[in-house]
Write a protein that binds this ligand. Sequence first.
Ligand code: ADP
Ligand code: MG
Length: 593
Amino acid sequence: MSGDGPEHDLVNAGASGGRRLMRVEDSLELSRTILHCSKQGLSRTDFLQEVSEALLDLSGCDSVEMRLSDGGLHYRWETTRRPEKRAELELVQWIIRDDGRVLPALPNKTDLEHFCRRVASHDTDPDIPCFTRNGSFFVSDTWEPLARAMPGDKNAETQAACIGGHYRSLAAIRFIVDEKTIGLLLLKSEPAEFFTEESIQFYEGVAQTLGLAIADKRAEAALRERVKELTCLYGIAQIVERPGLSVPQMLHHIVRLLPPSWQFPEITAARIVLDGSSFTTPGFRQSTYRQSANIIVGGRRRGVVEVVYIAQRPEFSAGAFLPEEEKLIVAIAREIALIVEREEAQTERTKLQNQLVHADRLATIGQLAAGVAHELNEPLGSILGFAQLVEKYPDLPAQARQDMERIVRASLYAREVIKKLLVFARQMPPNVIPVNLNRVINDGMQFLEARCAKAGIKVIQNLATDLQEIHADPARLNQILVNLVVNAIQAMPVGGTLTISTNARNGDVVLVVEDSGIGMTDEIVDKIFLPFFTTKDVDEGTGLGLAVVHGIVTSHGGSIDVESRPGDGTRFTVRLPIESPVTRDADDDDQLR
Ligand code: ADP
Ligand code: MG
């Protein structure tokens, strides 16, 4: 109803005091307009606006008011013709009665409210002339004392004159949306005698259409929400299926699916936080209207999914989010948790596989090294023995004696290398006794501390008190310590901090050697346990230190881990079982006997 002509007429009709008769065509036209609005997918306020304006125009009233208890939101909507066409939505208190019915309860208890409540609760009396046969209420002139119209009403307040303010005609009609939702349509007109019993019947028809339209709109909205929810979850499934995406890449895409699935996409922003990294849609910021669900992986909270409204809507004061949205955000958080879980299981599998391959390679190299070492040991023994014999000749020329000394020194060095290779290949019998790792560290560090001090390295020792003894070869444990510490010193050419800690955890005694040195790239870390792998000059390293450490640790049934980043230092963690496999075997034997 937007043409200039009719609007003008109707304004006159309302304000000039003329009564406008409601005709069948008008009520049909109104019903059609209302149904049409309900099909357009308008927001709540837009819907109310359109419908009340149509009502205002076609009825010729001066004010149209609707009250509704709708999905937890109780409100009053009023559109008035004057001073200018203005509409407002006001949230109101409603009373929920024992029988579950909801009744409007405006704070100021005027007589009008009294009647409204009676109409809404269908507590009407056809003998009282204000109430129609169908339970609606209307007054022809609110300036006449009501007591005259309602001789039976004992309510003292209704004896007072005016209940309509400057509106002399009032009508209140109840309509039903569904079992739980009752609405009230209030029509007001400035002139007296505006309504007749007959026109009220027309409005009753219109009000019932309004109830149906709202029910229809709700069903459609519920369907739309469900479709959005499924679209969102389907979108996530598609992203997950896309090959070659990392978890951060997936989250980057997933977060964009969220806003369109919420009720007001244009003011919705979302954020996914996982392990401290966050992925947001444009415009995300903190807001009072916020919904969130935790991402829980293996019982641990790893992050959160958040949806916020970054602008205000009048509807929000009674809860901004739909129950469906609450469920959806929880479902999304669960999906993300599954993605993370799956990804981590895959990484763990790959890591284990790599470890196996690595262990296998080390074992092969160990066997090879042991074979070569044994082969070389023999001739080396001869070289060393005969060189030492030659050295003993009394009239050996000075030059020859010097050369012989060189041969002996080189052979001794070669013998050291062979010894290390044999340790790495676990071919040297260990001398296992009960030892306290802290003792080994205290003894070993006596010699190493001076070297650290000279290199400008601060040494911190965090040794666990009452550390349990383990069954191990103390000389080999010392070798572990020395090799790790020497590497650490070499990694801190301009000084730094060396931290040595021990503790007991999960049946292991743990040694941690940590430096603040140059660190390593992943490519280097991959190779450090291989014999002869070194990044150092010939006189600085043989590349056997960590190979030996690895050999000793595995021969004691333990494990060694390294964490390192270029420029960020290195941490080696050695775990040695408190009950070594050797002792456990012995215990088993005891039990058998
Ligand atoms: P070497 O010390 O003789 O080179 P290792 O087996 O002890 O042999 O070490 C192998 C390589 O591992 C080293 O050359 C070095 O590149 C790297 N490395 C070992 N420990 C550290 C450390 N603490 N910081 C940085 N790099 C290290
Ligand atoms: Mg070394």
